[in-house]
Design a protein around this ligand. Structure first.
Ligand code: ZN
Length: 329
């Protein structure tokens, strides 16, 4: 991964006292976000929004999911969306793959995406409720999916849900999460995403967790460690900051704070991409993303959904330091 064209002075991996100067953001709204919308969004609207997102300077975009259409009707148009979108070459296109059948469907459009992500939960109860399988069965199945995806030349991310706490079982021992990560890495995952699926993580826990994860799973050169926070209890940005403090520079978020998790009901809201980008830029951490363009897409989404979205920066607007600078001169 190279630095963004307009920002040659900072390259990927640069840090000050361990604090990253550049961060990677994968926009997951078109999958994690759309799938939680009760009203089916027309394919044409999805395509327009995805095309616009792909032109905000984002370098990673999760486009859709090859789950069974009867399980998540919202994403039943996965193939149509993937075929219709027009994504600049520098943007990595990711799709979510639930199982081998999903991978087979996706591979029919192999030239339309670059990465897959597979997922399972770090607790038995959440995994059962989410995918109706034991954790052991999920792991075995995902190992096969990862093997086949790597053979097809795809980059692979393994996402571990409820990694910081489970709404059914409570505390989730980090060691259990790292054991799952080990298996997914051994099966071919180059990136592991740690999901705070129902917003139970706190910043202190996040710091300790990622410190341990880096020590346990190796540096960024071996496997990329990605943080996926939900803002369910308003702690998403604090958790992003805590992860940055221990050198994590890869994040997943949803424009407009869309998204959530199908189980349990009500656990909605990925941390908003525009809020993450605003905070990162204010701290001097580069993302390559044009915040104003991103806000334009979120505003369009609000219009399509006919309701206000939860992101703070969408309400308040970006901080315009130039305005005051001009007043002085
Ligand atoms: Zn999520």
């Amino acid at each position: 991964m190279s630095a963004d064209p307009g920002t040659p002075e900072v390259s990927a991996g640069d840090t000050v006292d361990g604090f990253p100067l550049q961060a990677h953001i994968r926009e997951v709204g078109p999958r994690d976000g759309f799938q939680n919308e009760p009203e089916v969004i027309p394919t044409e609207t999805k395509v327009k929004l995805i095309n616009a997102l792909a032109r905000t300077g984002l370098r990673r975009l999760e486009i859709t999911s090859f789950v069974r259409p009867d399980v998540i009707p919202q994403l039943a148009d996965a193939a149509e969306v993937l075929q219709a979108v027009d994504i600049p070459e520098e943007v990595s296109r990711s799709v979510l793959i639930p199982n081998e059948r999903g991978l087979e469907r996706a591979l029919e459009l192999r030239d339309r995406f670059d990465e897959i992500n597979v997922f399972m939960s770090a607790s038995e109860t959440h995994n059962q409720r989410n995918v109706n399988r034991s954790m052991a069965d999920s792991l075995t199945a995902l190992e096969r999916v990862l093997g086949r995806a790597r053979e097809a030349g795809l980059r692979c991310e393994g996402v571990i849900s409820v990694a910081f706490g489970c709404p059914y079982e409570g505390a989730v021992p980090p060691e259990r999460v790292f054991e799952i990560a080990d298996r997914l890495v051994a099966a071919g995952a180059q990136e592991i995403g740690f999901g705070d699926t129902t917003g139970m993580a706190n910043p202190r826990q996040v710091k300790q967790f990622f410190q341990a994860a880096r020590a346990r799973l190796g540096g960024a050169d071996q496997v990329e460690l990605t943080a996926h926070f939900h803002n369910t209890r308003g702690q998403g940005l604090a958790n992003v900051y805590a992860a940055l403090e221990v050198g994590i520079d890869s994040f997943e978020s949803s424009f407009g704070e869309l998204g959530g998790c199908p189980v349990p009901a009500g656990a909605t809201g990925n941390v908003a991409t525009e809020d993450v980008v605003s905070m990162l830029h204010e701290m001097g951490v580069q993302t390559g993303i044009d915040l104003r363009e991103l806000l334009r897409v979120s505003r369009a989404m609000q219009y399509h959904l006919g309701r206000p979205l939860g992101s703070h920066t969408l309400v308040a607007g970006p901080i315009d330091w130039h305005r005051w600078a001009h007043q002085e001169s």
